[in-house]
Design a protein around this ligand. Structure first.
Ligand SMILES: [Zn+2]
Length: 432
């Protein structure tokens, strides 16, 4: 991804650098050749050349670009889970996913960590974004997801004989686990996404207290992935599933819904990051009836919401890393509303707005292993900056509305928001 050349000054707004420091009422950010030269009080800002570009924050808020910590670019707002496998071919899924990437950037998300994808789309989306062919967040890629046969993601009956080429490797035992990871190694992904546990979505045989992989399978995934320098994460709701993942050496845990004291100790001692992804639960409760979810499913989502909120509080208070993101891409929780997660954490979980913003930026970058590059507004980091109208510490829900997004910069380039110029498509370089 190209960096801007020259100098850009963003001023006339409250500066939240997301290091955890208090906000600066009249802050200025100076970006030189795509990197932050200065972020601090307006009066301390360095002199800039006369040709420098100026962005007026209009008395609003200047903060780091947001990080979606559990992004499914290829989930196309499905109405039924099985649509992920059978509704569209790879060609159309890819187009839909590229639209979702643009949408995420338009919403102020300059980076995103995938929580799994159909086919091998993430790797190629990332390639297109990094070559400046399509707009989108800096992407941490996943690939097809891994679940044991009969588990949560093995939702298509055998008589359909569809082979599950789209989303999931359905494995039986450690040999299959290794084989799936080796395929992902060849695909070029960064994260291996697994399903150690079930979910409220499938109450009969794979509910949120059910295990969907054996410890041996999980350990085989980790050993094979780590050998090839891939990282492993998993959908972990059930208490034992969370501990299995931590004992198997997982690099991150998605949800960590029903974590107990022992699990919390394991998690915090290795500082394993977590993405709770909880607004999805509220969306399922509120919008589920319109999508024919049974009362049993909705009750399960309610239990998940309450358990997950308590776990998220304990993890953050214990000094853990908590990314903000979660499972947008279902009809009842569609793409484009990523910042609802932040409002949810303030209103329902009880994080302060500042804690929530730090989780949505610095912690997300830590989860991606890229906190040395972005996630805070500090000298030397990439010029990934978000400018929003209004005071987001007073009303975090301002971030939900794209009408409030003034500017989204990546590497100092103004790419989205009301102040962004119309983007002319680039002619791809040969081989790009
Ligand atoms: Zn997910």
């Amino acid at each position: 991804m190209k960096l801007a050349s020259g100098t850009t000054v963003i001023s006339n707004g409250q500066l939240i650098d997301c290091t955890g420091a208090p906000p600066i009422p009249q802050g200025t950010v100076v970006i030189k050749d795509g990197r932050i030269l200065y972020a601090g009080a307006g009066e301390g800002a360095p002199e800039v050349p006369p040709e420098a570009e100026h962005i007026d924050a209009r008395g609003g808020t200047i903060l780091p670009g947001l990080v979606e910590a559990h992004f499914h670019a290829t989930y196309f707002n499905v109405e039924k889970l099985e649509d992920l496998d059978i509704k569209y071919p790879v060609e159309y899924v890819t187009l839909l996913a590229s639209v979702n990437c643009k949408l995420a950037l338009d919403c102020g998300y300059t980076s995103a960590r995938s929580g799994g994808c159909l086919f091998n789309c993430d790797v190629w989306l990332k390639t297109a974004i990094e070559n400046d062919l399509i707009p989108g967040p800096r992407l941490s890629t996943s690939g097809r997801e891994i679940c044991s046969a009969g588990g949560l993601m093995d939702w298509n009956p055998e008589f359909r004989k569809i082979g599950m080429d789209g989303l999931v490797f359905c494995i039986n035992g450690v040999e299959d686990a290794r084989k799936a990871v080796r395929a992902l190694v060849k695909d070029g992904v960064e994260w291996v996404k697994t399903y150690p546990t079930g979910d409220a979505a499938w109450p009969d045989v794979n509910d949120h207290h059910t295990l969907c992989m054996t410890f041996e399978e999980m350990h085989a995934v980790v050993a094979t992935a780590h050998n090839h320098k891939l990282k492993v994460t998993g959908h972990c709701r059930a208490t034992e599933g969370i501990k299995n993942a931590l004992r198997a050496g997982y690099d991150a845990v998605e949800h960590a819904t029903f974590i107990d004291d022992e699990g919390l100790d394991l998690l915090l001692s290795r500082k394993v990051p977590v993405c709770p992804g909880l607004q999805f639960e509220l969306a399922s409760i509120n919008n589920g009836p319109a999508y024919k979810m049974s009362q049993q499913v909705i009750d399960g989502h309610q239990e998940t919401l309450e358990g997950g909120a308590e776990s998220a509080r304990r993890i953050l208070r214990g000094g853990g890393i908590v990314g903000m993101g979660g499972d947008y891409g279902f009809a009842w929780n569609p793409h484009g509303h990523y910042a609802r997660e932040l409002t949810f954490f303030v209103n329902y979980v009880g994080f302060t707005p500042m804690e929530t913003l730090v989780c949505a930026t610095r912690h997300g970058a830590e989860m991606m292993g890229r906190s040395h590059e972005f996630g805070t507004l500090e000298a030397g980091k990439l010029g990934d900056v978000l400018v929003v109208e209004g005071d987001v510490l007073k009303d975090i829900s301002l971030l939900e509305n794209r009408e409030n997004i003034l500017a989204v910069l990546q590497g100092g380039v103004l790419k989205a928001g009301k102040l962004a110029p119309y983007q002319v498509a680039q002619i791809p370089a040969s081989g790009a």
